[in-house]
Design a protein around this ligand. Structure first.
Ligand code: 6MZ
Length: 341
């Protein structure tokens, strides 16, 4: 099987996908039409989503998607379409993450999360081969009160829908805000798993604090790179922690936080056998797919079929799924592996 076909056919697990960053151009156009039924052109407004060249500018791009997901109906369609697209890419397990937003007169944070759950419920019937979970995100830029509200919301939804709501994600512009680790500790005690973005920009003190907190998974870890000056201490701390890292190759290249695919931290973590998994981050913003990320990993780091399958298999362990669900995922991937031989 050629590489492209193999990466497409692999039963993959997506553990790092932000909902509003994952919206495809088709979904954005659809949402634009829903919001502006009489407008003829959506292209110009939406095209600016392609124009960014740094992490800072990337965060401005999210405003476009956010301006179109301001009602429960729009959030529902966004979630449904995104799940469908991941399913079409042969993703068998999808952990979406999203920051609940309240829009005055249009939507409460509670309704935002309910709209996602409603889409999950319908997708469960429409696309039974993809297992769905949700992490409630905390945007570090939005401050303590918003973080507290989102955690309370997550705990309440976790009680009602433990089959879907599995944890919290700490994300947002890494140049600002705080990590709210004391709040995350409370959430952990309530049974929620924690995935934290870590070291997207250089910040040794914060990185050490996060590593000491021991989230269940870490996102990016871009600046914990053994070749960066003074970073070997952080790299060793990360290795000792054994915390799985979600790696998003294209995202880091497009945001210019890593200069080349060849020098991506994937190489160093993979070489020493640190637990890692691949994710898209924001497939709409970065025009990628999980198959494409596997293809890049394969062609850049020389991963063959056996290693790609191992990458999928090992990701199972890092999911926030139940033991039973993990066994079902294992069965799916092993079945595929047998069919390949
Ligand atoms: C940190 C990111 C991110 O939550 O509105 N987000 N946070 N680093 C990244 N790397 C590029 N990509 C996305 O999805 C969009 C939000 O996800 C976070 C940001 O807070 C962004 O506003 P939701 O569904």
């Amino acid at each position: 099987m050629d590489l492209e076909k193999l990466c497409q056919a692999l039963p993959k697990l997506e553990l790092h996908a932000h909902l509003n960053g994952s919206l495809s151009m088709d979904t954005l156009k659809k949402l634009y039409k829903m919001q502006n039924p009489n407008s003829k052109s959506s292209e110009d407004t939406l095209m600016s989503i392609k124009n960014f060249s740094s992490l800072d500018e990337c965060f401005k791009v999210f405003n476009i998607a956010h301006s179109l997901t301001t009602t429960p109906e729009a959030v529902f369609h966004s979630t449904y379409d995104t799940i469908k697209e991941f399913k079409e890419d042969n993703v068998i397990y999808l952990e979406l993450r999203s920051t609940p937003r309240a829009i005055e007169g249009k939507m409460t944070k509670q309704e935002y999360v309910e709209a996602i759950i409603k889409a999950f419920e319908i997708c469960k019937t429409d696309f039974p081969n993809i297992l769905l979970k949700l992490l409630i995100s905390i945007n570090r830029k939005q401050g303590y009160k918003a973080a507290q509200d989102n955690i309370e919301l997550a705990i309440n939804f976790f009680k009602k829908y433990p089959q879907y709501i599995v944890g919290l994600d700490l994300s947002g512009d890494p140049m600002t805000g705080s990590t709210f680790l004391e709040l995350l500790r409370k959430a952990r005690l309530a049974g929620l798993k924690i995935a934290a973005h870590c070291a997207e920009v250089p910040n040794e003190t914060e990185t050490i604090d996060i590593l000491k907190f021991k989230p269940d998974r870490l996102g990016h870890c871009t600046c914990i790179h053994p070749t960066l000056q003074g970073s070997s201490k952080l790299f060793n701390l990360l290795l000792d922690s054994k915390i799985p890292v979600e790696l998003c190759l294209t995202s880091n290249i497009q945001c210019k936080t890593v200069s080349t695919y060849e020098s991506h931290q994937f190489k160093y973590l993979y070489e020493v056998g640190h637990p890692i998994c691949l994710g898209t981050d924001d497939k709409g913003v970065f025009h990628t797919s999980l198959s494409h990320e596997y293809k890049i990993a394969s062609s850049t780091f020389g991963l063959k079929q056996e290693q790609l399958l191992k990458l999928c298999l090992s990701s199972i362990e890092y999911t926030f799924a139940t033991l039973e669900e993990k066994q079902a995922l294992l069965y799916e991937i092993e079945k595929f592996a047998k069919e390949c031989n």
